[in-house]
Design a binder for this molecule. Sequence first.
Ligand code: PEP
Ligand code: MG
Length: 962
Amino acid sequence: MLTLTQQDVLLGCRAADWRDALDQAAAALVDAGRATPEYRNGLHAREAQSSTYLGNGIAIPHGTPESRDQVLATGVRVLQFPDGVDWHDGHRVHVLVSIAAQSDEHLDILRALTHVLDREGVAERLAEADSAAEVIAELSRAPVIARLDADTLCLGFPARDRFELALAGAARLRQADCVNADFVAAIAAQEPVSLGQGLWLASATLGVATPALSLATPESAFVGPKGAVNGVFCLAAQGDAHRGLLERLAELLDAGDGETLADADAPSVLARLAGERAAAETMRVRVLNAHGLHARPAKQLVQVARDQGLPIKVRLLEGGAEAVSAASLTKVIGLGARRGQTLVFSAEGTGAAQAVQAMAEAVREGLGEQVVAFDERRDVDVEPATTTSSATAPLPLPDDTPHPAVPASPGLAVAPVFVMRLPCFDYPERARDLDAARGGDPQAQKARLARARGEAAEQLEALIRRAQGGEVAEILSIHEEMLEDPELREAAHEGIDDGWSAEAAWWRGVDTAARAQEMLADRLLAERAADLRDVGRRVLGLLCGVEMPAPPDTPYILVMEDVGPSDVARLDTVKVRGLVTARGGATSHSAILARALGIAAVVGAGERVMTLYNGSELILDGERGRIIPAPSTQRRARAELHMKEREGREREAYAARFEPGRTRDGHRVEVAANLGNTAHAVDAVDYGAEGVGLLRTEFVFMAHAEAPDLDTQIGEYREAFDALDGRPLVARTLDVGGDKPLPYWPLPQEDNPFLGLRGIRLALTRPEILETQLRALLSAAGERPLRIMLPMVKDVAEFRAAKAIVERLQAEIKAPDVQLGVMIEIPSSALLAPSLAEEVDFFSIGTNDLTQYTLAIDRGHAALSAQSDGLHPAVLRLIQMTVEAAHAKGKWVGVCGELASDPQAVPVLVGLGVDELSVSLRQVPMVKARLRELTLDGARRHAATALAQATSDAVREALEVL
Ligand code: PEP
Ligand code: MG
């Protein structure tokens, strides 16, 4: 996908002629620091060779290979000419996508633009757009293409008439989650229309979530009252997403191939509907190039196709994408073929067999690149691409070029990557379709399933033994329990008795249970559902003989689509040097866990990271938030030097960890630790924490199968007080709800759990649980300093309700050193800080939630949370108001959100007057070291500068240069 920012777009340009337009494009690239002024000559020279007009009012001027020396950094500038410019080839251009590229990247940009070329009205919309955002949206929007794949087909269905076939097709689309029951009802209410050659069509737009096409064929073709029935197409229509598919269907009918669909299997149906003729010679071959069929190998492939002297088509086997001309560079690049995917070449006529053979040979030889054989164990099969994804497959990341991401856990790592992709399981749904080795009656299926579950249990046992306790072992034991769940086994056995294969019956049982779990509550339970699917896949892998992706035995950087807390907890911290995710944000609990484990991490790096090739080298910079694939030797050496320097700084910080937190000029700021487990209090002291600034007690509750009773809680809290040896403990009362449900505290289904029953609101609905917790805290504290903190307080009324309980208990249990405070994590409490400050003993600012609620961005939102930056000036103003209100009443203020350990934020928070920073325990020494670099005046300058900005990006930029 073409990634553009608003700065890349210049609106309202005017040019006397195309040469002038080209000069403006060159000047724009020079202004952007992408090229030297001489690059202009390269643009003109390239245009003189042949026009760079692409279609639909778009041209892509770029330099000749000789002018690449004039490129300073690869980049793109988009110039809009609302009045249009007459191009030298007779076309009228409205948009120039001008490219400065150090290699053949322009071809990949062209690929990203191929989808724009087929859309109607694009030229007009680009010409009329009056904002950069509109231009970007128009250029980047991927087309929706109706889905058609093995899962939407329903072949050999025992139907008596075409109505039943139409319904079978509709039901299949519903099972594939493309439509809902309204669609099925709409299909049931209509009569399929004849397409000729025994084929029929029923279509509806009602209840369509994803446009798709299904074909249902009968067990054997028959003749009904209105003619032959070879198959019924069922179309879930939406816009013109199905246009291409129907055009190919019309071609198939024109060629008289309609009847060949009657008893065809799924691969043949997909081939016919992809535009591959029944009479064609075909040849399949796997793509071996590390970065797939990107620009350079695609160019070679096109050359080989042109040399064959007859038309050759190529398509991707995975999914139902169209077969395109192998001689068209844009079409070939547009396939987006990745390593491991299979290309199908087809040709007709004399010499066709040799031609497709030659094509396959060229691909096997690497198309001009060094390739290594496909390794089934390391190169996990790529998931089958749908027709839509082939059009939007992410571009590979360029080598040795920094790629931005959201910093999630500091640290630098240089190591080979291991990309965790889920394997693709291929199995027949019905037991009767299994091969001889796996087939058999229900008893045989059940025995196979029992064997696979037994083997999975042994694997888990071995992993638990290797994990030697800790959170990893805990999660794996949960997996073991799930595996033994009798309900899951029963569900699978019922499916087998109904004729399903062991694989299908097992997976249906797992999937149904996981869906039920996801619907019960929110994120943490949803993550349990992910655990369930994990276990399910382990068994499925054994049934299908597919090995689960096994990470290498040597250190690596793990790349994943997204991670849940349980995935992070499972990481082998000895081997995993760093973590990169395509999605997610810095304050999601997974990122918090990565920091707690001390693993360098970046999140929200975008889908392109999933194109990284296993074993290729990567630099991960968790502090600056970027990754660099395949770094040059010099860059690698620099990164290693930085790592050494950082290690040096960390060593120094660690050596000085017991010094109290203070600035260079002596201003005191306490540095405490955030804990989720009281057993870690001893480690917190060992890392130099001056207390615990946030004990997330809900994790104490989550570690038990039911609510821990008074004595259990006293034991837990006492462990922390004992370890702290007189240092203060800030215990937050139970903060359940939102993204942290408790299995034994079922909550009603809510549309917006983050805006629903959570934190103190929820706790006050069950005062007996809150009271037991407060009693346990007061009893465990004895004489020691206890700070009780209430979560998610929105105003003083909620504080008073909880305070009444605390006062009643304090009259009973004498704990002399107790303070009662609130978290400031809802904007209302920051705005009302003056009234709260009258009554509370302290504030602790939860910047994770405060940012979420101020910016209205879900902190765990896969795509948006990357923008949820606590250094946003709006959040900083709320912090300023809170501190001023507290200090006016002589109360102290801490910050316990993730912002407290952000090296750029520390001076700002100190400058705003924050008295305590509470961070994950491994960060304590570095935060103290950061404080020692500051003076109070300097910190105030940081705060003033930050407050004066308008966006979080502007804040970070301004702080960078201070
Ligand atoms: C916060 O919201 O900043 C906070 C510290 O609490 P939690 O991350 O546990 O919601
Ligand atoms: Mg919070």
